[in-house]
Design a protein around this ligand. Sequence first.
Ligand SMILES: [Zn+2]
Length: 118
Amino acid sequence: MNTKRIAALQELIRQIKEKILAIEQMRPGSLSEQFNVCGNPNCRCKDPNHPKKHGPYYQISYTRKGKSTTEFVRKEMLTNVKQELKAYQEFKKLTDEWIDLSIKIGKLRRQEYKKNKK
Ligand SMILES: [Zn+2]
């Protein structure tokens, strides 16, 4: 009875592994847009009435091994970086599901073990 449920959960894990295998590049972090002013007092970014700041500039911030980092992202790389961020979120979601399924399997196995002992 539990054996069937365990097999079904194992099948779900197998599907998760397949999805994880399809992931190529990934990176953690969040992307943000920045607008800056420069040092030139006559620049459009310092216009008293209609200041037009420079940008947008893109940067990615992330924390790895307790160290937070911010990196500048070139506009040409934006699409790639967005894909990598998405892939990382997907990876996290899939590994979370995998862990949850494993916990469920563990519980079912314990139940099974107790039943067989009686
Ligand atoms: Zn300027």
